[in-house]
Design a protein around this ligand. Structure first.
Ligand code: ADP
Length: 241
């Protein structure tokens, strides 16, 4: 499990992005951090793989304070998928996926064979393996991004608004694919979105955030829908309409 204990983050310009945040993220479940733009979701997510370090407090994984773990080493066990897919434009699809294990010491041939299997896993035709990212649709690029996030076989998968830039129909497909992946692969998924419908669809645990990453409510979708904790939550989930 991942645990945030009294975590704050103040950026150099004085912005308090995260204000005394506490959360337990259970293993092998999907936890969704949902809130408006600027509420601190991405900052929280990036603290899990040390792209951002807290100003105060600790983040631990399975009981180990991650401030003592080298970021490069930490990221071997944590996949990261972002909105613009993060693919390397001059690498073919297969190499975008294979690069991660190769950097971790897996022989190239083996990594490429695994990459093809991962294309199957995320529902992409292997015929696309030799294309460049620009030759794929937005939805296909995001699938490659997910394959890349899974390439090192991480226990934890961080997903930052991964489907924010694709059209609604493709988005719905990718959401279903994410549910299937979670069921089959049994990862600890931490998913960031501003879309409450997406949060309720994907989350076992949903964390609704206000500015400063203050927790407005935390619970299963059913719990939150049945009993919004405040007017803010009721408005946010549309229950006041
Ligand atoms: P969200 O993901 O919910 O949109 P972020 O975590 O990106 O929110 O940002 C939270 C707050 O921190 C915002 O006010 C944002 O402007 C600020 N912020 C994020 N990154 C930086 C940074 N590198 N330097 C200064 N302020 C930042």
């Amino acid at each position: 499990m991942i645990e945030f204990r009294s975590v704050s983050k103040r950026f150099d310009d004085g912005t308090l992005a995260v204000d005394d945040f506490n959360l337990v993220i259970p293993s092998r479940k999907t936890t969704v951090l949902v809130g408006s733009s600027g509420s601190g979701k991405t900052t929280l997510l990036r603290m899990i793989n040390r792209m951002v370090d807290p100003s105060d407090g600790t983040v631990s994984i399975d009981g180990d304070d991650i401030s003592g773990i080298e970021p490069v080493k930490l990221r071997r066990s944590i996949g990261y998928v972002m909105q613009n897919s993060g693919l390397l434009p001059h690498f073919k699809v297969i190499d975008n996926v294979a690069t991660v294990p190769v950097l971790n010491g897996v022989p190239r041939k083996q990594a490429r064979a695994q990459a093809l299997e991962l294309l199957d896993t995320v529902g992409l035709n292997r015929d696309l393996a030799n294309r460049y990212p620009s030759q794929l649709s937005g939805g296909q690029q995001q699938r490659v991004g997910v394959a890349r996030g899974l390439a090192a076989n991480p226990n934890i998968l961080l997903m930052d608004e991964p489907f924010g830039a694709v059209d609604p129909i493709v988005r719905a497909e990718l959401q279903q694919e994410t549910i299937r992946l979670q069921r089959d692969l049994d990862k600890t998924v931490v998913f960031v979105t501003h879309d409450i419908d997406e949060a309720f669809l994907l989350g076992d645990q949903v964390v609704i955030l206000e500015k400063g990453a203050r927790i407005a409510q935390i619970g299963s979708p059913t719990e939150i829908l049945a009993n919004p904790a405040s007017d803010f939550v009721a408005t946010f989930i549309g229950a006041d309409k």
